[in-house]
Design a protein around this ligand. Structure first.
Ligand code: NAG
Ligand code: NAG
Ligand code: NAG
Length: 455
């Protein structure tokens, strides 16, 4: 454990350490937040939606160093339940927003995109240049429990922030962070009490002294009513790290349905309960230099054929390039270009429908509106062969019936893409209807097809 130089720390930080060590003491703490789907109700056509989905990625080249925690109390169950707003006709961007409160005595609303591909939790606050949000930005002066984070706090320098340092007052921690889609935030690091809604109308749960970015200059490339981003990555500033949970999980309901999606921080409920398939597990691939949750992908099957990929195309290289990781903040799964081209060829050769391109997606002409009774030919299966687990994707997790702005069917599209870099990123469109557990203690990802709306 690294030694904290307490003398350097402001009294509020000492207070902070005392508080966070004190929370929680039982293993039954339940936290809840509502999760809404980002583009719900925005009136996008499916084409626009697909373009927006493809544009959004949180790939961020962050290099993290882990600071040891100041207290070793462990982890305790917290669940956050997430809801998604009504989605209407395929109007989505496939991002999931957590709703929570910051500050006391009245928690102020914060809506943050759940992002397992980054660490920082931030929300718009004390604005110099902010994007529009549907309610007032966070006002730290209205909170009795807000403190700025001193720049002497080890998390200022070693929290995995892209840029951080002391303000001209030489006391306050300033930060800047950015995302792969050119979104970014700049501001002051602070800490305050977060309030999560307890499930089923039970009492709210308040967790004191969580660190977050008070974002004063912010830009989000694609957005809908969120006020910031909640990082669920491996770094010390992420929500799971700050809550010191050994596991967290989410279960995204079908994107077009707009039902509640639960997120749990802590040990999730019995995975068997609403399972619709086998429980499987695959180890995380260690990469101390990254906040991402890397997996070991060995191969891919389309329909009857396991494609002849050399597994090294999916593997993390010694220099940090390549690799496969799972990310809730990325919408569409993307592969290295040559892999994506092989996947397209395999679908084209196995699906007897006319091919067309829609926004760079491979689509097949199949018009259900003009001939509703026409029988859909069997769509080839898509299976990701991970170390120790075969992820057999349900059809709705890779095929989308796309319509244009007039509601006319354009076709059935393969919702996969190619990445500019050599990385394979498993996005949230592919994670629907799966209970996905990030078991940090056992260093593995556990997943099971599930009725997420029942959890
Ligand atoms: C954004 O907030 C406004 C005002 O509260 C609401 O009318 C609208 O439906 C929201 N949009 C989304 C996408 O949730
Ligand atoms: C797979 O790729 C690696 C690295 O490019 C190479 O060393 C290996 O020989 C390849 N294996 C096969 C079976 O082609
Ligand atoms: C949708 O309808 C409008 C008005 O009829 C028409 O101008 C437009 O070309 C149509 N768009 C498509 C993609 O068919």
């Amino acid at each position: 454990m690294k030694e904290l130089s307490v003398t350097q720390l402001a009294p509020c930080v000492v207070f902070f350490l005392a508080m966070i060590c004190a929370w929680p003491t039982t293993s039954a703490t339940l936290l809840r937040a509502d999760l809404t789907h980002v583009d719900s109700g925005r009136g996008f056509t499916k084409r626009e939606v697909l373009r927006r989905m493809a544009a959004r990625s949180t790939a961020r080249a962050a290099s993290l160093q882990y600071s040891s925690s100041a207290c070793s109390s462990s982890h305790d169950e917290v669940s956050i339940s997430v809801t998604r707003g009504a989605t209407g006709k395929m109007e989505f961007n496939s991002e999931y927003n957590i709703h929570l409160g910051i500050g006391t005595p009245s928690p102020q609303p914060v809506v943050a995109t759940l992002d397992t591909g980054s660490d920082l939790i931030w929300t718009q606050c004390v604005c110099m240049s902010c994007f529009e949000q549907p309610f007032p930005v966070l006002d730290p002066s209205a909170s009795r429990t807000f403190h700025v984070m001193p720049c002497s706090d080890p998390l200022c320098e070693r929290g995995g922030l892209l840029v951080s340092g002391c303000n001209f007052d030489r006391k306050t921690c300033l930060y800047a962070d950015s995302y792969g889609d050119k979104s970014g935030t700049f501001g002051t690091m602070g800490q305050d009490t977060f309030t999560f809604k307890a499930p089923n109308g039970a009492m709210d749960v308040a967790v004191p002294n969580l660190h977050f970015g008070c974002g004063q200059i912010n830009h989000l490339t694609s957005r809908a009513n969120e006020t910031g981003i909640a990082g669920f990555g491996r770094g010390p500033l992420s929500l799971p790290s700050q809550l010191k949970v050994g596991r967290f999980s989410h279960c995204f309901t079908t994107i077009v349905e707009g039902r509640v999606s639960p997120v749990f921080l802590g040990t999730p409920d019995n995975l068997q309960a609403y399972a619709t398939g086998p429980i499987q597990a695959t180890p995380f691939v260690p990469n101390p230099a990254s906040t991402y949750y890397y997996l070991s992908l060995k191969g891919i099957t389309v329909g009857r054929t396991r494609l002849p990929f050399n597994a090294s195309v999916f593997a993390l290289k010694g220099d940090g390039s390549g690799g496969t990781f799972i990310d809730s903040g990325t919408a569409v799964t993307s592969f290295p270009e040559d892999v994506y081209q092989s996947l397209r060829k395999a679908f084209v050769s196995q699906l007897p429908l006319q091919v067309e391109e829609v926004n760079d997606l491979l689509c097949f002409d199949f018009d259900t509106t003009s001939s509703p009774k026409k029988k859909m030919p069997a769509v080839p299966k898509l299976i990701l062969h991970l170390e120790g687990a075969d992820w057999d994707l349900p059809l709705e997790n890779y095929m989308l019936d796309v319509e244009d702005e007039n509601g006319t069917d354009v076709g059935l599209c393969l919702v996969l893409g190619s990445s500019g870099n050599r990385k394979t990123i498993i996005g949230n469109f592919q994670q629907q209807n799966m209970h996905i557990v990030y078991d940090l203690e056992a260093n593995k990802l556990v997943f099971v097809p599930a009725r997420c709306d029942k959890l």
